[in-house]
Design a protein around this ligand. Structure first.
Ligand SMILES: Cc1ncc(COP(=O)(O)O)c(C=O)c1O
Length: 500
């Protein structure tokens, strides 16, 4: 039974980290001892290539119903636990991609199973309310104990939503509404505005814009798509807005070695941001907001320095634009801080922070000035799901009691160190290892090699993700420990050594 393995008490002291060359090369954890309430498996176990025969048969069946071009394999979620995802062919894989970075504390975590099995929570799971009109009695308490307990600095308002895209979509709307009220100097629209908006015309539908960055990803709904610039396939054939797109710095790694060059590149991009803001204002399409990811994820794990973000925040303030940080992928701890933008140490808080994925519920935090002025302006049927807030409270409790952010910092350092060693050993295959916490990536020499390495590693029992043109991204959950890092590095090393 799935639960029977949940509380195994294991102690596996592992010895000194050592480095050898070739396929026999073994990373061994120096400090990590497997202790406490481990509910993980001991390691990968492979029975077939992935996808195996059962997955292939299910792909055929599902393919008759919908497009399955993106399906990797089918999963057995009941048997999956901790850092391990089990597939329908009985393959058990160490998961460093975790459902596109959306599993906070591993599969079937006992704390979440407990939430599910409590009769106290039953009605929350069974009755999904239309939160905007009929919230449950405990909803303010639930928000206080979950989302607001981790509110970014300067924020005491949050609006829940269902996914990352609809969080960004509604955050953009809030920014536009705020901006128009600011321009009017009051909150009462004219009759002309009320009439013209009904037929998609100005002045009711104003020509405002959101500035985004080349390589950014903010979702696939219509408004978000106008700010997404990671891959053409996301955007092809869909009408879009004429909104400004600034260059995102193309930095050289390791960052410490290229401080001067990278500083110049960031200055170039910031100059372009200001030029675009001025140009779009002159075009009559004033920039109401700027949206940016702390690390461009989908677009290839592109980093920028705290100094870049500080200056960008100042530019936003100078030009009266709201500054939105999209923490859908970086939020909830994978960089070693709860919010990645905490690494920037900004003088002034940001205006909007959107989230989803590991937070289990979508939504956005916003500053006081962005509070919608009327009902139904930021609204949909569900506006989130209170059961997700219950799970989130349990997740936050585990993060706190098990000090998982410290764990992420330790595992992340070991992972990045191992990746740097591997790129030194296999410079013809790998380069540009980078990361913050376990939010790490490395580039392959080309996209074919990247795809082949991901496939080969998977056949040996480790799931990785791709991003950008040729990057491999690492997105483990927060219970990914140092000994999992070494397990992965050993397998990756074997694959690299054998790669032709
Ligand atoms: C930074 C960022 N923003 C927005 C989204 C969109 O979220 P969703 O896929 O939940 O709509 C994603 C998804 O990968 C993301 O990484």
């Amino acid at each position: 039974m799935a639960c029977s393995l949940f509380s195994r008490h294991l102690t596996v002291p592992l010895c000194q980290s050592l480095r050898l060359s070739g396929p026999g090369y073994r990373h061994v954890s120096k400090t990590a001892a497997k202790t406490l309430d481990e509910f993980d498996y001991d390691g990968p176990s492979m029975k077939s290539k992935v996808p195996g025969p059962r997955s292939k048969e299910l792909m055929r069946q599902l393919g008759e119903i919908q497009n399955v071009g993106a399906v990797h394999f089918f999963c057995n979620y009941e048997e999956s636990r901790g850092n391990y995802l089990v597939d329908v062919d009985g393959n058990r894989m160490l998961d460093l991609y975790t459902q596109i970075s959306s599993i906070p504390i591993g599969y079937n975590h006992p704390a979440l199973m407990k939430v599910m099995s409590s009769p106290h929570n039953l009605s929350t799971f069974v009755n999904r309310p239309a939160l905007g009109i009929l919230p449950p009695e405990n909803f303010p308490d639930r928000l206080n104990e979950s989302l607001l307990s981790v509110a970014p600095r300067g924020m005491r308002h949050v609006q829940t939503m269902s996914c990352g895209s609809c969080s960004n979509e509604n955050a953009f709307k809030s920014i536009f509404i705020w901006h128009r009220n600011k321009e009017r100097g009051h909150k009462t629209p004219t009759q002309e505005e009320m009439t013209s908006c009904m037929v998609n015309q100005g002045p009711g539908c104003p020509d405002l814009s959101i500035l985004s960055f080349m390589g950014g990803f903010h979702g696939r709904t219509m408004g978000c798509l106008a700010t997404t610039h990671s891959k053409a396939i996301h955007k092809l054939d869909v009408p879009s807005f004429d909104w400004p797109i600034a260059p995102f710095p193309k930095l050289r790694y390791p960052l410490e070695e290229f401080v001067r060059e990278n500083g110049q590149e960031e200055a170039r991009c910031l100059e372009e941001v200001e030029d675009l803001i001025v140009k779009w204002r002159q075009k009559g399409k004033t920039v109401a907001g700027i949206v940016i990811e702390p690390i461009q994820a989908e677009g290839g794990d592109n980093h920028a320095s705290p100094d870049f973000f500080k200056k960008l925040r100042n530019i936003a303030r100078k030009h009266g634009c709201a500054f939105q940080v999209d923490e859908v992928q970086t939020g909830c701890g994978p960089t070693g801080k709860f919010w990645a933008h905490e690494h920037w140490d900004l003088d002034e808080p940001v205006d909007v922070v959107s989230f989803s994925k590991k937070m289990l519920t979508g939504g956005f935090f916003f500053r006081d000035e962005l509070m919608p002025d009327k009902p139904y302006r930021i609204f949909n049927t569900w506006m989130g799901d209170p059961s997700k807030n219950v799970f989130l409270s349990a997740v936050l409790n585990v993060i706190k009691t098990e000090r998982l952010l410290g764990e992420v910092t330790r595992s992340g350092a070991a992972l990045l160190h191992g990746l740097i060693e591997l790129q030194t050993q296999y410079p013809h295959l790998l380069n540009a290892a980078r990361g913050l916490g376990t939010f790490c990536a490395i580039d392959a020499c080309d996209d074919k090699t990247r795809d082949a390495l991901i496939q080969k590693v998977r056949d040996k029992g480790v799931i990785l993700g791709g991003c950008g043109d040729k990057s491999i991204r690492f997105r483990p959950s927060l219970v990914f420990k140092e000994y999992h890092v070494h397990l992965f590095l050993n397998i990756f090393n074997d694959v690299l050594a054998e790669h032709k």
